[in-house]
Design a binder for this molecule. Sequence first.
Ligand code: FMN
Length: 363
Amino acid sequence: MIGLLEAWARPLLRLLDPEDAHRLAILALKIPPYVKLVPNDPRLAVRAFGLNFPNPVGMAAGFDKHGEVPDALLKLGFGFVEVGTVTPQPQVGNPRPRLVRLNADEGVINRLGFNSDGAAAVLRRLAARANRGGIVGVNIGANKEAVDRIADYVRMIETFAPVASYFTVNISSPNTPGLRQLQQGKVFDELLARVMEARARMSRSAGTTPVLVKIAPDLTLNELDDVVGGARRHRVDGMIVGNTTITRPKGLRDPAAGEPGGLSGRPLFALSTRMLAETYVRVEDAFPLVGTGGIDSGETALAKIRAGASLVQLYSALVYRGLRLVHFIKMELIQALDRGRHAGIDELVGADAAAMTAEDWPT
Ligand SMILES: Cc1cc2nc3c(=O)[nH]c(=O)nc-3n(C[C@H](O)[C@H](O)[C@H](O)COP(=O)(O)O)c2cc1C
């Protein structure tokens, strides 16, 4: 099925409205058998947050928002899959059109606004696959209309602790008004206190589920100081750097570049990789990082690792390169390990971080 998708369906998918094409891709992934599982090279194994990842390449949040196809994605070779963002109550998100391809730049702009089937539906799906194994994280968010947004995150921890391999606290989507303010000062502190308290409470029945915080690449370095400080104080298990950007880097060529929303894909690579390096030097090995933003090759995945990522995630490049990209990235990572005679990925994590932070700021 995926072979067919690769050969001729993908160019056709690109003729469709991007959201319809995405829906079709999800439906195709629901048709078994997807593919035969190819064993991972043991040198790609990564241990992070107390979990054993078979390889460091993950599916980023937003592709399987409703937890419909995590097992198909794992079989396609992803080392882990992050479903969501899931909100407590179902919500429709922003009006369509809300997903735009920047073909000339290999980028994507989205303003989906947390369209979600809601916690109950996603929990049912994840509970039904719970004994299948594989690392499936749950990316959690708040409903747009929530009066107490932090209470929404707490509820999501309580709901999904029995089935989530890890949680991502998403406070960085640009499409829910005010959400990014949860990254600021006292509110951030209160959010982490309540989330970590809920995690501790749930650990008695569900075991300790790692909690990651996903940040925006648009924070100032002063804001990043505070966010990393808060994350370290509250002993979160990791951070994802990061979400889509509301900035528009110089040199975008596609006429749709001015569309409102969060930009991802190739044009996000430089900014998100610099923010990753900046985060790495501030975290001082207190916890591992996940690098996300513009990965479209083994080379760009390796650059994220050298900037400080123990794990990487991607989404937008799959639109342009197809799902086979995962396989190629893993092959190129093994070649890089061979070239440098490295025993594993962890030997490369952060190797370039300090040098990167001395470079000119990407524009
Ligand atoms: C269509 C689309 C929907 C997304 N939805 C979410 C989401 O629900 N929650 C989230 O944390 N990130 C979401 N993201 C951001 C991705 O997880 C990722 O952080 C970002 O796109 C950068 O990676 P990329 O350049 O490989 O796409 C979305 C991205 C895209 C393109």
